[in-house]
Design a protein around this ligand. Structure first.
Ligand SMILES: NC(=O)c1ccc[n+]([C@@H]2O[C@H](COP(=O)([O-])OP(=O)(O)OC[C@H]3O[C@@H](n4cnc5c(N)ncnc54)[C@H](O)[C@@H]3O)[C@@H](O)[C@H]2O)c1
Length: 355
């Protein structure tokens, strides 16, 4: 039987590369699309060349395409040539903060690039599951309206009804998104629309913090990976407001892949799910710093700035109930402790401390 064909965008990035390796290991033929724009966005720390080289070494039927998803004709040609049976769209300008300084690049990559892919899929592969990596920033800062309580090392929800976190009914408008949140929301709504209007099997996974050792962590994106790297390399880490007690839920990129495959095997139309590490994998910034200091046996240099990042979440935990309800076979397999260990190891490697 011929191998099934997948197309993964952002294939040298964290989620894309994990999906390439994951699908390749399961016998898929995988076309990866990535132009290393992460380096252009974030400088040397964002360079993904090492990860592309690793994929080339470690996979058996992966083909890389140095293609920009803004290149509409190029995207259409690739779809016409390969007719993928699964599309995983993980290419993006992924930074909340960077977007304000590059508004056109942000919108053209995140929103228009997604439209290019959706249209190519509609004309060449309308039956193929289309998985979009969306973000919790589509909710803007509306999650900050929940009553919070300040604990010793973290903020938490004050109302027991909010314990499991934010679900998909959180409103998406009349809140501050950052330009990144706005461009991702445009893409998220387009992906839903290609599901509703055209009946295509599309899903938006609204990510909490997606993490893992394959992240080319940079100050402006890849919070835990960069933190580990800063601790290992002796860089100064800047904390923006909220006393460093802001909370994120973290999911290992491997567990994102199992969610993607669960959807691909039993797709629906216009699905929307929050996807993160949930309460079990939640951590505040100061808690994360303490853990890395312990694991790496070093003291992280920090600089505290009173002003929080605009539109930043104070306490964000993804409520996973909807996805778990529709895909009960899916479960988180990587604990927060294991994720920290993998990241500390990767931080050491980046710093050239380990062999
Ligand atoms: N990492 C997180 O914490 C997080 C959280 C929520 C949502 N997401 C979303 O998940 C997706 C994957 O995130 P990630 O952390 O793997 O990001 P990443 O930056 O590691 O990977 C994205 C990849 O896309 C590539 N890329 C950027 N612009 C491109 C273009 N125009 N054409 C082709 N390739 C291009 C980059 O070079 C990079 O390798 C993104 O859509 C992001 O918005 C990530």
């Amino acid at each position: 039987m011929a191998a099934k064909i997948a197309l993964v965008t952002g294939s040298s990035g964290l989620i894309g590369s994990e999906c390439v390796a994951f699908l390749d290991a399961r016998g898929w033929r995988v076309h990866g699309v990535d132009n290393n724009m992460r380096r252009d966005f974030f400088g040397e720390h964002g360079d993904t060349t090492w990860n592309l080289e690793r994929l080339r070494r470690e996979t058996t039927s992966f083909e890389h395409h140095d293609l920009d998803i803004r290149d509409r004709e190029g995207v259409a040609r690739l779809f016409a040539d390969e007719r993928p049976e699964l599309i995983v769209h993980a290419a993006a300008q992924p930074s909340h903060d960077l977007a304000a300084s590059r508004p056109f690049d942000d919108f053209e990559v995140n929103a228009v690039g997604t439209l290019n892919l959706l249209e190519a899929a509609r004309t060449q592969a309308p039956e193929s599951p289309f998985v979009f990596l969306s973000t919790n920033k589509v909710y803007g800062d509306a999650p900050n309206e929940l009553p919070l309580v300040e604990l010793e090392t973290r903020w938490d929800y004050a109302d027991p009804d909010d314990y499991e976190g934010i679900d998909e009914t959180c409103r998406v408008d009349m809140t501050m998104h950052s330009l990144f949140g706005a461009s991702k929301l445009a893409a998220d709504v387009l992906v839903q629309e290609y599901g509703r209007y055209f009946g295509m099997p599309t899903v938006c996974f609204r990510g909490g913090c997606l993490s893992g050792p394959r992240h080319s962590g940079a100050e402006l994106h890849g919070f835990l990976a960069y933190l580990a790297r800063a601790a290992a390399e002796g860089l100064t880490y800047r904390i923006f407001g909220y006393k460093g007690k802001q909370v994120r839920d973290n999911i290992h990129s491997y567990d994102v892949c199992t969610a993607v495959l669960a959807f691909a095997e039993r797709p629906r139309s216009a699905a929307v799910y929050n996807l993160g590490g949930g309460r079990a994998n939640s951590v505040s910034l100061v808690e994360a710093i303490a853990r890395f200091e312990e694991l790496l046996g070093t003291k992280l240099q920090t600089e505290y700035l009173d002003e929080a990042r605009r539109g930043d979440h104070i306490c964000y935990i993804s409520d996973l109930a909807r996805f778990r309800g529709d895909y009960p076979e899916w479960e988180l397999s990587v604990s927060l402790d294991d994720l920290f260990e993998e990241l500390a190891e990767a931080g050491r490697r980046f710093a050239g401390v380990a062999g």
